[in-house]
Design a protein around this ligand. Structure first.
Ligand SMILES: Cc1cc2nc3c(=O)[nH]c(=O)nc-3n(C[C@H](O)[C@H](O)[C@H](O)COP(=O)(O)OP(=O)(O)OC[C@H]3O[C@@H](n4cnc5c(N)ncnc54)[C@H](O)[C@@H]3O)c2cc1C
Length: 372
């Protein structure tokens, strides 16, 4: 079977936030795009995430990865506006900033060092006394010693963002084949020329592997598989009748993310347990203890739900972005803890690579071929 419906300029495997972002940018550039999603758009890590856009909060040194994260963060204001006018979806891009709290000597050393190197690099970071921190977030525990405020680290609703990117891509002609797994890459004369699903064979000039934690399971031979494995993250949502926080708040035990709908998200564990999305007593217990250390009065609120997702992880913890050794096959995966943050820049860079063969930001550090 071969007709125009089974052909496209680009086939993207994976309808997570990364696949949707690439599809959106390519469709804007008038390329024909097919996204193949085996289950549900945004049904894996992209739906499970907390939506924190926090490149500064966790960075330990300036490096190309931080540069990539900062560049992506800077694209959010225009992306939020663009998606609102193009799709009608408000992605809840909230710009109140992020607080990182010190409770112990170890926390103090870590935050002190972060404050010093980030200030000297010209990144905005403020040192707040315990009193100043409680003035802006009155429910914080009296045990807080002091805090850093990152005024440029923000948050977004990752579920709405994924939906908006998919809707925007579809609005510009991209086709989403939902409930269809890519079973095999089609290779002819040493080049990727398409993808097989159980129903059909689809052909394209370029194929993008954006299958998240499963991207290493798609046979890319003769190129090596991307070395990606899952890292489980458990999350909790509690209901807060009135807002309890304005900022995203971190401690060394957990983070709290106040959402517009009144939920407070508490995250997240980091567990190498394979393709296992179970929520465990140990995981949830640890998160609740961490949350109560930050805001003791959370005790009285209603528990709403808990879930787990699988972060796509490469051995060096960096994303895998760029052309593989197999011509026609591009990899966009392993965004690990920062896939929501890196969504805008990934869509832009991979679209540039497909359209012009070049990217404005060098991708060598993130090359799929760095593992040989
Ligand atoms: C608990 C948790 C909290 C997080 N918090 C944050 C955060 O606050 N900020 C942040 O920046 N990042 C966060 N992340 C990380 C972020 O969620 C991920 O890096 C990002 O969602 C990865 O997106 P993706 O599209 O690559 O993967 P996914 O969302 O997992 O999407 C991959 C898609 O590919 C599909 N697929 C797989 N195999 C096939 C196949 N053979 N054929 C067709 N389809 C296939 C899957 O069904 C899936 O829909 C968090 C992650 C977790 C789990």
């Amino acid at each position: 079977m071969s007709d125009t419906r089974s052909k496209a300029d680009v086939i993207i495997v994976g309808g997570g936030i990364i696949g949707c972002s690439i599809a959106y940018r390519l469709a804007q550039e008038k390329l024909s795009v097919i996204v193949i999603e085996r289950d549900r758009v945004g049904g894996e890590a992209s739906g499970a995430a907390a939506g924190i856009l926090g490149p500064q909060a966790e960075a330990d040194s300036p490096d190309p990865f931080l540069d990539l994260c900062l560049a992506s963060r800077s694209l959010y204001p225009s992306l939020a506006e663009e998606l609102r006018s193009e799709t009608g979806i408000d992605i809840e891009y909230l710009t109140d900033g992020l607080l990182y709290l010190a409770f112990t000597d170890e926390d103090e050393h870590e935050l002190e060092a972060r404050y010093r190197w980030q200030s000297s690099c010209g990144l905005r970071v403020e040192r707040l006394s315990a009193r100043e921190a409680r003035e802006i977030e009155p429910r914080l525990s009296p045990e807080v010693r002091w805090a850093l405020r990152f005024p440029d680290d923000h948050q977004v609703n990752n579920v709405k963002l994924t939906a908006a990117l998919a809707r925007g891509a579809i609005g510009r002609g991209a086709r989403f084949l939902i409930g269809r797994p890519a079973t095999k890459l089609v290779v002819e004369n040493g080049r990727a020329v398409g993808v097989e699903t159980p129903e059909e064979r689809l052909s394209a000039a370029q194929v993008v592997n954006a299958a998240g934690s499963w991207s290493g399971q798609i046979d890319c031979s003769p190129a090596p598989q991307p070395p990606v494995s899952p890292v489980r993250g458990q999350m909790i949502a509690i209901e807060t009748p009135q807002p309890v926080l304005r900022h995203v708040v971190y401690s060394s035990s957990c983070y709290l993310v106040p959402r517009i709908d009144g939920r407070l998200l508490i995250g997240s564990t980091m567990e190498h347990v394979g393709y296992n999305k179970k929520v465990t007593v140990e995981g949830i217990g640890g998160l609740l203890r961490g949350a109560l250390e930050i805001i003791p009065s959370l005790n009285s609120y209603a528990f709403k739900e808990a879930w787990a997702g699988l972060r796509p992880y490469a051995p060096d913890k960096l994303p895998i972005l760029g052309e593989s050794q197999l011509p026609g096959l591009i990899i966009a995966t392993a965004h690990f803890r920062n896939g929501i943050l890196l969504t805008p820049i990934t869509g832009q860079l991979i679209a540039d690579l497909i359209i012009s063969g070049k990217t404005s930001t060098p991708l060598e550090r993130f090359s799929p071929n760095r593992f040989q």
